[in-house]
Structure formats: structure tokens, C-alpha cells
Design a protein around this ligand. Sequence first.
Ligand code: FAD
Ligand code: UDP
Length: 394
Amino acid sequence: MVEDATIDFLIVGAGFSGLVAGERLSSAGFKCVVVDQRSHLGGNAYDSADRGGVLIHHYGPHYFRSNSQRIVDYLSKFTEWHPVSYQIKSFTDGRFWSFPINLNTFEELIGRPSSTGEFENWLKEKRVPFDKPKNSEEVILSQVGHELYERFFEGYTIKQWKHHPRDLDPSLCARIPIRTNRDDRYLREEFQALPKDGYTAMFERMVEASPDLELHLGVDFEEAKARWNYRHLVFTGPIDGYFGRRFGALPYRSLRFEHEGFSADELRAREAISGKVGFWQPAMQVNYPDPEVPFTRIVEIKHATGQQIGASAITREYPRDWNPELEPYYPVPREEASLLYRRYAELAGREASTSFIGRLATYRYYNMDQVTGMALTEAEKLIARYGSTENAQA
Ligand code: FAD
Ligand code: UDP
């Protein structure tokens, strides 16, 4: 037990960033305490079974993907994988559409079979040329023109962010692939899979494998500061919160998740819509770009987890304004927000004994593999800086 004692590292946040850093540092012989103000580990990637036994993602769908063998190899120490070809749809004009935009979407638009050549010619006429797209509207207009942009992107983005795509960073909508063949996968990365037994099971194995790591849930940073003396702090919470929001609050976007479970009997009535026994909707995720629909998407994660169970569950995502009482799910990809972040990052740079890693502490729209990579790199630096096992606290 290292509780209420002097430790090497206090790590705030038990999500991907905090647990990966904790596992690496404790495996190098350092005494680590990881705290999280939530009652569970895993951060936003937390999953667990609902009342019907269906494994659900509590904070929105978490589709693991990566182009980095180093990151996949590292996580593979704690999980096997269930390969998934992530497929989604969009629902607008009263019907489901193939999405992200691909040749099938074009055929649905024109109402007859077509070819890549015809679609490419059509796009050539529709595209709005920009030398270098400066915002998310220009990114999409430069690839597909007004008709498809307005149908699939404009309304969705305004609903999700309460900002027009032209006021948001180009990288945001550039996340979505656009293809002229029939490849309808949502994501581009080479490795696409979910942890076989879920994220929570993977994190639990990570903690079990960490020789000198204690996890304390339901403990926030203020309480932790009073309980442990530490040599170095690894902070993965919101950076503006750490500095008392002295330059003003960074903007975040929050969400409300509405989970609903269905028994196998209830799902029978949905078979005509889902096209599959035991499912509520035809794909893992259906996006709703229409402004009059209050949610952005409905996720039925059972399509991706491959769980063999008669029941199923869906999650509707309702975007909402953030305030300090709510979870800060998304940093807002806008120039003014990154300028404000840079002021906090400058302060962070002066804190010799604190590392700021993860989506919230670096205020970046990072995916899980990216924060894993960041935590691995930071742990290596800290191990080099604080020396080998011999120099760690006895
Ligand atoms: P988090 O998971 O946010 O963990 C930070 C932890 O710190 C939290 O548990 C929080 O409670 C704790 N904390 C904060 N402040 C304090 C404090 N003061 N005291 C104590 N504890 C504190 N990524 C993908 O790769 N694929 C996806 O499909 C995907 N989908 C997403 C969908 C949604 C709706 C959201 C919001 C994110 C999605 N992400 C996805 C991103 C993914 O969630 C993040 O990359 C990842 O969770 C970041 O891990 P983290 O440890 O940096 O932060
Ligand atoms: N987007 C959109 N229409 C869609 C899907 C995405 O306009 O049907 C835009 C929207 O601005 C969204 C961004 O593309 O925030 C990134 O989408 P992604 O699905 O990657 O969002 P995330 O899963 O991170 O919420």
C-alpha cells in the first residue's frame, strides 16, 4: 500500500492517457497513484453491460483504430481484438443513405446504377475550388460541392457544434473520408478493431499488470493533492481548470447520452427497418443531419462488438452547451479557442514537475490511439528523467 505516503507520480485521470502512463511508469519501478473523480476507470472509453446484459459504450461510440503498430502492440499486451469494419449510415429526406459519401451514395442520389467514372465527372462539375481550404465548409465544398455538403454536413455540424462549418477548423470535417468507389468504411486507418472483451476489461488488466500502481476512484485532484506527496504530477484533466481558468474558460462542447435497451421480443417489431434479427437499426451508427431532429446520431454498438445476445441497446447523442457542471467532451476546433489554449500551454511549459497529456490537458481533438502514443512517449521521457528503478522511491 502506498496510500497517504510519498509516491513518485500522482496521475490525475484514469482514462487512456492516465492509465497508459501509470502502467509504464509503475512497470519501470515507480510508485504511482492514479485518481479519477468518476466512480469508474476508462474515462470516456468506459463500457459495461446494461440491465439486459448488452455491452454499451457509456460516453458515445469508441471505435478503436490506428496506423501505429507500436500502439497496437502495446495495447495488445492487455487485450485481444475483435476486428470490425466500422459502417455507418446517414438518415435524411426520410431515408437511409450510404455514408461516408461513396459511389453507393451517388447511386442513391441519382436513383440508378452508376460508375466511379461518372461519379468523378459529376464531382468535377460540382466541386468549388479552393487553393487551401481554410475551414470545414471549404474542405467539403472543395471535394463534393454544395448539394452533398448541404445534405450531409452543414446541418449536422451546426447541430453538433453550434457553429457554422465555415467557423470551424478544416481538420474537423476532413476527418470524414469521401470516396468514389464502393468502400463505405467510416474510418481510414489500417487497424480497426475493438478490444475483444471491451475497454473496461482491457483497462482492468492494465491496472492488474502494474506492480506499483494504486487506483483511487471518486477522488478528485484537490483531494489527491492533500493525500499524497509526489515528485511529479501527470495531469490529464482540462488544462484551463488546472490553472483556475485565470485567462477565462476554454470552450468545450458537451453531450447528453440517452441509452435505451430492447429485449429480443421488442426487436422483432424492428426487423423490417433493421433488416436483421436482434437489431434496432440497420447499422452500428446512423447520423441525423436534419436540424429538426434534436440528436446527431444513434449508435447501436452491438453491430460492432459482435456480442452474441438476443437483446440490444441504442444510444442517442444530444449535443449541448458546456458549463462547469457538465463533462467537457469535445475541445472546440476554432482558432480563438486554440489561441486561448496557447496561453495556458505557455503556463504549463513552466511547470517543471507536471506533465500535461491527453485530450483535455492538451485541448486537442485526439483519438484514443493518439493519446495512447502521447502517454507512451511522455512515460519514456519521465523514466529517462527520473532515472532507473534504483532511483525510484524505495
Ligand atoms: P478522458 O478519457 O477524458 O479521461 C480523463 C479523465 O480525467 C476522466 O475520466 C475525468 O473524470 C478525469 N479527470 C478530469 N479532471 C479531473 C480532476 N480534476 N480530478 C480527478 N479526475 C479528473 N476516440 C477514438 O479513437 N475513436 C472514437 O470512436 C471516439 N469516439 C468518441 C466519441 C465521443 C462522444 C467522445 C467524447 C470522444 C471520442 N473519442 C474517440 C475520443 C476519446 O474519448 C479520447 O481520445 C480518449 O478518451 C482520451 O483519453 P484521455 O485519458 O486523454 O481523456
Ligand atoms: N460530420 C458531419 N456529418 C456527418 C458526420 C460528421 O457534418 O454525418 C462532421 C461534424 O462536424 C463532426 C465531424 O464531421 O463533428 C467529425 O465527425 P466524426 O464522426 O469524426 O465525429 P466524432 O465521432 O469525433 O464525434
